[in-house]
Ligand binder design. Structure first.
Ligand code: FE2
Ligand code: FE2
Length: 190
């Protein structure tokens, strides 16, 4: 599938607002990929497609995951907002013809993060959090920080995400805690 075909297909399955967000993530991810010496093309595809399953109703997402025998760990099963990443990693292969495992993992882990993330995975995670359509106070600083200290920018993003589930008495995913701890421990040893 060409990138133009991916773009057209994605546009047909997302709300206008989500599509705009996806373009923002794609453009941000491409700039960061360039800065960090990662494949700009992989960042482009992963950024564009990362939310391809997000506008599918949760009950349909659940059914689609079940039909594909995709196993969910307990905290993921209990957190419908995480399902679109797991399902998205399947759909980019089935519907968009993506075969690259690095792109697939960048989509798969864009909501939780995980320990030992690749640079591409971190770039997609951070881009999702700092793209220009997001509106929160220190967005711009966090975006700029991503060009000089990707881990520190990532930490700001994942702290926000973990705080948000904690404040709602929702489970914090162990992969998110592992990603966060890894960076903090690395920095404290430096
Ligand atoms: Fe997402
Ligand atoms: Fe997103």
């Amino acid at each position: 599938m060409t990138k133009a075909e991916m773009d057209e297909k994605l546009r047909s399955v997302l709300t206008e607002q989500r599509y705009r967000h996806s373009i923002g993530v794609m453009e941000t991810a491409m700039r960061l990929a360039e800065a960090w010496g990662v494949s700009v093309e992989k960042a482009e595809i992963a950024g564009l497609l990362h939310d391809c399953a997000k506008d599918i109703p949760h009950e349909v997402q659940e059914q689609m995951l079940r039909n594909r025998d995709v196993p969910l760990d307990k905290p993921t099963a209990a957190s419908p907002q995480l399902w679109h990443a797991v399902l998205g990693a399947e759909l980019i292969q089935e519907e968009y013809g993506v075969t690259d495992p690095e792109i697939i993992n960048a989509v798969r882990y864009h909501t939780t993060g995980r320990a030992e993330m690749s640079l591409l995975e971190k770039i997609i995670y951070v881009s999702d959090c700092v793209e220009p359509n997001r509106t929160y106070d220190d967005r711009e600083e966090r975006l700029e920080l991503a060009f000089t200290d990707l881990d520190k920018s990532f930490l700001g993003c994942i702290n926000w995400s973990i705080k948000s589930v904690i404040s709602r008495d929702r489970p914090a995913h162990p992969d998110s805690l592992a990603a966060r701890n890894e960076i903090i421990l690395k920095e404290s040893l430096a």
